[in-house]
Design a protein around this ligand. Structure first.
Ligand code: SF4
Ligand code: SF4
Length: 372
């Protein structure tokens, strides 16, 4: 039987989610007493309007629906290694949302990872994986984005948030594409729903350009879904190593439809990717010695990576909005930014009415490419 992929317009968000869940037979997938794990993408302190993280409204709706079925929804996620997961949850307002809809949260500790041998793995032979991926039914909730290392990030790439940091580093070092394909042989979600309401193009997956696409995609077959997501982005799925290596099915039953887009792809080339890979190699030694990830250390110097700086010259209205919105008091009275405190959330950038805050490494200062 051909795998089914659902593609729904989400222009009217609440009714679109409900219709999607009805069409996929959501209520028949989960029963009273089931623990159901929701795995969003909370990679960084940047919210869904930036196209960086899964919509809290989508998560809340799913949690409420699961509760109405008598199931127990649990959210689990860890942020990118250079970010603090607790801080990201606080920034995004995850705790408040979870409390409002009866959603439990598990931020995994070392004890929550189990060693798994990947018998079909070609590059990744073993991994430490969040136990909930095996103890409960899993709903994977990626955001549709481009990615400077992997080209795009879709369902299978989002599974990386279920492995421990050491495994994540090894995946980058051993060859990220094959390792993601390997991981997908042992983590197979009950359902994947891709949040493509606000997507990201350009130099994603954190500091690319938000793109309003107003779509939701869902499937029980993650490989089929990822292939369709590439079609939607206007990307040849064969050019994305982890999707090609996962051997997605050729025949897919597409329910619903979409107009293919032309996502702007990341600008970074092979040298950038090589540097990134080397950084993970260094971190294998660095992090145990200095108790800070090597990339986080580089970012905190204020000399590397995406970070804001303020050109508060004569045009500055001294409105102090940048200072007021900063969640970590990283902006001093003289408008200098303390890189050690800066979360790189870009709230200050969004708040400045005069466009005086610049961001090194931001792919496109236009916030939404296809909105009027
Ligand atoms: S300085 Fe700007 S980017 Fe840094 S934490 Fe404050 S608001 Fe966020
Ligand atoms: S938000 Fe912009 S205009 Fe206002 S104080 Fe900050 S830099 Fe100046």
């Amino acid at each position: 039987m051909k795998p089914i992929v659902y593609a729904h317009s989400a222009a009217d968000f609440a009714s679109s989610v409900d219709k999607l869940l009805n069409d996929i037979g959501f209520d028949a997938m989960f029963s009273a007493g089931d623990t159901v794990v929701l795995k969003p993408n909370f990679v960084a302190p940047r919210d869904n309007s930036a196209g960086a993280t899964t919509s809290l409204a989508l998560i809340e709706r799913l949690a409420r629906r699961l509760r109405s079925l008598g199931a127990i929804p649990v959210l689990t996620e860890v942020s990118g290694m250079e970010f603090d997961t607790r801080q990201v949850f606080g920034f995004l307002g995850v705790d408040e949302m979870a409390k409002a809809c009866g959603l439990e949260i598990l931020i995994p500790t070392e004890a929550d990872y189990v060693r798994v041998f990947l018998t079909r793995g070609k590059a990744l032979k073993q991994a430490r994986i969040n136990r909930l991926a095996f103890e409960a039914k899993l709903i994977n909730l990626p955001v549709l984005k481009t990615h400077v290392i992997t080209g795009v990030t879709t369902g299978m790439k989002n599974l990386m948030g279920l492995v421990d940091n050491r495994t994540r580093k090894q995946m980058h070092i051993r060859g990220i594409h094959q390792c993601i394909a390997d991981l997908a042989t042992v983590i197979q979600p009950t359902l994947t729903i891709c949040d493509a309401t606000r997507s990201m193009e350009g130099d994603g997956a954190v500091y690319g350009t938000a793109r309003k696409t107003d779509m939701l995609f869902a499937s029980t077959d993650q490989r089929a879904l990822d292939r369709v997501l590439c079609d939607f982005m206007g990307v040849d799925w064969r050019s994305i190593g982890y999707i090609r290596r996962s051997l997605p099915p050729a025949d897919i039953d597409l329910r619903g439809g979409f107009t293919p887009q032309r996502f702007v792809m990341p600008r970074q080339g092979a040298i950038y990717r090589l540097f990134y890979r080397a950084m993970y190699l260094v971190d294998m030694v660095w992090e145990p010695l200095f108790h800070i990830h090597f990339n986080e250390f580089l970012y905190k110097t204020g000399r590397f990576g995406t970070h804001p700086f303020i050109l508060a010259d004569s045009e500055c209205a001294a409105c102090r909005r940048c200072i007021e919105v900063c969640p970590t008091d990283a902006i001093h009275g003289d408008w200098s930014i303390d890189p050690k405190r800066c979360l790189r959330c870009l709230r200050c950038y969004d708040a400045c009415p005069r466009g005086l805050i610049h961001v090194k490494g931001f792919s496109n200062p236009e916030r939404y490419t296809n909105e009027t």
